[in-house]
Design a protein around this ligand. Structure first.
Ligand SMILES: *[C@@H]1O[C@H](CO)[C@@H](O)[C@H](O)[C@H]1NC(C)=O
Ligand SMILES: *[C@@H]1O[C@H](CO)[C@@H](O)[C@H](O)[C@H]1NC(C)=O
Length: 238
């Protein structure tokens, strides 16, 4: 019996897969490891587009939305397309135009989607989509939280910042320094928003030529007129 168990344990130690697993973990990056050390914040991939899912909640609201996001620090713009219940919207956040009231936002919405003509809001908001520049973590003096396993993003490194000097944010950084998502808290309202990116496509976001963007405005206008005709509605009232 004794000899048998000895043979078994030597056998498992020699198992190549087991030996590989142990070596693959960098203990200096794992919380509660004695050799843990905090690296300098890295630069991140700044230009990307991706699918996103976001869950925002506070004492009264639980809001889960999805869509597509375009992050372009070279143009200082973030575009967020969103679908939620019967609301469908697209925001263009202009980080060239920031005041004390927030970031300039041009927002198109269809709500409820089936019966309304589009509405357009132009003004300032404090968006849950920051403009991510290459030095996002460096400039915000990010604190390393170690390598963690996120239920949706998988193995990521976690970095904490105080966004705008006020909002605690945990940024999840994947392989190749691509941001996989971030978690915000709003301490005043006990709000929290968790955002994850999927299908991340890294690379410059093309700037529309002025004639293309005029075409887009024309299409949006025609679409609005057609929606009104199709459902014979004015503000969803008829
Ligand atoms: C900044 O945004 C506001 C609100 O949408 C808009 O009225 C204003 O024209 C914008 N300014 C510039 C320089 O784009
Ligand atoms: C939740 O609703 C209550 C009652 O309407 C209100 O007093 C409170 O300010 C709301 N809380 C938040 C975080 O919006």
């Amino acid at each position: 019996m004794k000899i048998f168990s000895l043979v078994m344990s030597v056998g498992s130690l020699a198992h190549p897969a087991l030996a590989l697993d142990t070596r693959a973990i960098d203990r200096s990056r794992v919380p509660f490891s004695s050799g843990f050390r905090q690296p300098e914040p890295p630069m991140v991939e700044p230009e990307f587009r991706a699918n996103w899912n976001q869950h925002k909640w506070d004492a009264n609201v639980s809001h889960i939305a999805s869509g597509f996001v375009y992050n372009s620090p070279s143009q200082r713009k973030v575009r967020v397309d969103e679908a939620y219940d019967s609301t469908f919207g697209s925001s263009l956040l202009d980080y060239n135009n920031v005041t004390q009231e927030g970031v300039a936002n041009r927002l198109w919405t269809l709500s409820p989607a089936i019966t309304s003509p589009p509405a357009c809001f132009e003004g300032f908001t404090n968006p849950a989509f920051p403009l991510i520049s290459a030095d996002f973590l460096v400039a915000n003096n990010a604190i390393y939280g170690g390598e963690v396993h996120d239920a949706l993003a998988g193995k990521v490194s976690s970095w904490d910042i105080l966004y705008q000097g006020a909002i605690p944010v945990t940024v999840l950084l994947g392989e190749d320094n691509i941001i996989q998502g971030y978690d915000f808290v709003g301490p005043e309202t006990r709000a929290r928003a968790i955002t994850r990116f999927f299908n991340i496509i890294v690379g410059p976001i093309r700037q529309m030529s002025s004639s293309e963007s005029a075409d887009q405005r024309q299409i949006a206008h025609q679409y609005g007129e057609r929606t009104k005709l199709l459902w014979n509605v004015e503000g969803g009232k008829k």
